[in-house]
Design a protein. Sequence first.
Length: 126
Amino acid sequence: MSLSKVPLSPHLQVYRLPLVALVSISHRVCGVINGMGYALFIIFLISIASGFETYNISYIVFTSTIGKILLSLWLFSLYLHICNGVRHLFWDFGYGFSGNSPLISSLLVVSFTVLLTGSTILLYLM
């Protein structure tokens, strides 16, 4: 018997994942990213309690360009996780499964995430 190099069924590279699946996957990824972001936030709070020298180091790191980018990405992750959590709360009560509702709610999740992140960054810059 010879083994064929052709897969028996198409894999993920063949299919284009729908937006609902991408938002669901990103919800799980954002949960992990938020855990790491909370750890950094706790380190920042500890640096405040440790004295001026330690706080000054963490302040320099978090206000650097890379620090601001990472904080913005963490903020986006936090808002995406919250918005998708609200959508899952509606799903738990049985709403939003019929017709195009999952696609529309996915678009709303992404839209509100971008809107909330952008408005928070604009408020921060003012």
